[in-house]
Design a protein around this ligand. Structure first.
Ligand SMILES: Cc1cc2nc3c(=O)[nH]c(=O)nc-3n(C[C@H](O)[C@H](O)[C@H](O)COP(=O)(O)OP(=O)(O)OC[C@H]3O[C@@H](n4cnc5c(N)ncnc54)[C@H](O)[C@@H]3O)c2cc1C
Length: 373
């Protein structure tokens, strides 16, 4: 075999996995179609370190988010990655929302996440510029500089002796005795192939296609592109908020509502919203006609906000296995021996909280690789 382990995709998850695996195995390849890391979903998200509040008890999302959050804070301290453990408020702005707050607190407690119920005055003491009848405060939520995080993963992976092959797209995977043959197309249009005992599919938005290349075709692995758009709050009103502020979420968790996130540079953005795309096309345009809807949604808890305070920011695409209207789906992380694909590890549907969970996912995948040997 040319490689012991090949990881496909240098987003935050593929990089975290590559760092972990290269720490204990040799002969590791990380293959990425762009000329550098993090050009897709990992650079188009809210950069929130989620607490793990909403995910169903016992799900991988709940487990890996809570574990990953703690690992991520420790990692940021160890490697000087900028982060801000600013906390988050979930605000109830009417009686119906007040009535769901206790349920959210109970679910969070099942996941081992502490939330504090705040009355109106306590909310005012923390964030005097927002409106809430009642709120939940999550002290462990924060934000992280995801670019610095990915850069550190890349550096550590290279220092561990792994090879990162940028500008090379995986175009085919064939099962062979004791491993896989992987076909690549490089940026100059040259095709070549190599063999690897283990393959880790961390290809984000096209992870379903990469899985199909190997021969694993399953409707439950089908990715549905689900766009999230953001608007930025113009200065100086960005200075009126110090913490993340979220509304009470939708029932089926397609998204957690248009919310306020703070970035490491002090900017404040609203979003993301939730729009399933008709087909899996990379459509990162921000629809400026949504400004009115964003403004109306946010002004319920940001009374100072005026329509003109918003400017279009950016969009990201969630790699959802959940179809529109379906109940929440878990991360799909499996070593595929049961389907006859020993040593092939699929990571599919790695939407939020994938950034928060990346280090816990890396540990989980590392164990799957050890068990498959
Ligand atoms: C709008 C939005 C907001 C979010 N907010 C948060 C948040 O606040 N907190 C949080 O924890 N998570 C959040 N997430 C989720 C988080 O961004 C993702 O879980 C995470 O970035 C996924 O990382 P990844 O490495 O799996 O995928 P990606 O970043 O998509 O990386 C996959 C990589 O694979 C490469 N690739 C694909 N196919 C091939 C191929 N055939 N050959 C070679 N390379 C290939 C791609 O080029 C890409 O670089 C958000 C996501 C979205 C869309």
């Amino acid at each position: 075999m040319d490689a012991d382990v090949t990881i496909i995709g240098a987003g935050v998850i593929g990089l975290a996995v590559a760092e972990k695996i290269s720490g204990s195995f040799s002969n590791i390849f990380l293959v990425e179609k762009y000329r550098t890391f993090g050009q897709e979903t990992s650079s188009r998200n809210s950069e929130v370190i989620h607490a793990g509040i909403y995910y169903p008890q016992g799900s991988l999302k709940a487990k890996l988010c809570v574990e990953g959050k703690n690992l991520l804070y420790d990692y940021c301290r160890k490697f000087d990655i900028p982060f801000n453990n600013c906390g988050k408020l979930i605000v109830a702005t009417n009686d119906q929302e007040v009535s769901v707050i206790e349920g959210i607190k109970t679910n969070a407690a099942k996941n081992g996440v502490e939330l504090n119920v705040l009355d109106k005055d306590q909310v005012y003491a923390l964030e005097p510029n927002i409106f809430a009848l009642k709120a939940l405060f999550s002290p462990t939520t924060g934000v992280v500089d995801s670019h610095s995080l990915m850069k550190r993963f890349e550096t550590n992976t290279l220092n561990n002796g792994a090879q990162i092959v940028y500008g090379s797209e995986v175009t085919g995977i064939r099962k062979i005795d004791s491993g896989y043959e992987i076909r690549l197309l490089d940026a100059d249009g040259n095709e070549f192939s190599f063999t690897s005992a283990v393959v880790i599919n961390s290809a984000g938005l096209t992870s379903d296609r990469v899985s199909e290349m190997a021969g694993i075709v399953d409707e439950i692995l089908k990715i549905h592109f689900c766009k999230g758009e953001y608007f930025r709050i113009r200065p100086p009103k960005n200075k009126l908020l110090k913490r993340l502020v979220y509304p009470v979420p939708h029932q089926n968790m397609e998204g957690i509502g248009i919310h306020v996130t703070i970035d490491m540079g002090g900017g404040v953005k609203l979003g993301p919203d939730v729009t399933y795309l008709d087909s899996n096309i990379y459509d990162y345009r921000v629809d400026t006609s949504k400004q009115e809807a964003f403004w109306r949604s946010a002004m319920r808890f940001l009374p100072f906000l005026e329509f003109e305070d918003l400017v279009p920011e950016m969009a990201g695409i969630r790699p959802k296995t959940q179809r529109p209207g379906d109940p929440i789906r878990d991360f799909y992380i499996r070593e595929e021996s049961e389907r006859g694909f020993r040593g092939f590890v699929n990571l599919v549907g790695m939407e939020s909280p994938g950034l928060t969970s990346c280090l816990a996912i890396a540990n989980y995948v590392h164990q799957l690789v050890i068990n498959s040997k």
